[in-house]
Design a protein around this ligand. Structure first.
Ligand SMILES: [Zn+2]
Length: 154
């Protein structure tokens, strides 16, 4: 969800625990999220990307475990200095293990909702530095549809 200019609210829930973060516009956050989930269909079992909470770094670590994904969100006090810091130095703020198909489905639906709500022009106006990640969205969608056998509506 995009709020004011240059800020987005990231909300994630797994049915039991909810978590939200306000993400600044200095990184291409939605594209990074889509690419991270797309990476879970490749040979690398671990994907990382960071949201800039200005100044806090929210580092998301996705670990594939057969058909499940362990999702961890760790916070570091200052994005400018924490890029090299090992995951273990961050404060664990949220973790959950979900089937990959559920994660991919939720991320796809969320990205599409953002596009429906704001349009690609509106997105660029609000996010300013980055266009809506159409390529990343259209890369993840066929992987999810063909590999996961998702029974839900798209
Ligand atoms: Zn689906």
């Amino acid at each position: 969800m995009l709020s004011g200019s240059g800020w987005a609210t990231c909300r994630i829930w797994d049915g039991s625990t909810k978590h939200r973060e306000n993400v600044g516009y200095c990184t291409n956050a939605l594209a990074d999220l889509l690419k991270g989930v797309t990476g879970l269909y490749g040979p690398d079992g671990v994907q990382r990307f960071s949201f800039d909470l200005e100044p806090v770094e929210a580092r998301w670590i996705l670990r594939r475990r057969s058909s499940d994904v362990n999702i961890t969100d760790r916070h570091f006090p200052d994005m400018l200095t924490s890029f090299d810091a090992p995951d273990g130095e961050g404060t664990l703020v949220w973790t959950s293990t979900r089937p990959r198909t559920c994660l991919a489905h939720a991320v796809l639906m969320a990205a599409e909702k953002v596009r429906r709500t704001h349009g690609e022009d509106g997105y660029l106006q609000k996010w300013q530095l980055y266009a809506f990640p159409t390529t990343e969205l259209e890369t993840l969608r066929p992987l999810h549809l063909t590999t996961d056998n998702c029974p839900l509506q798209h």
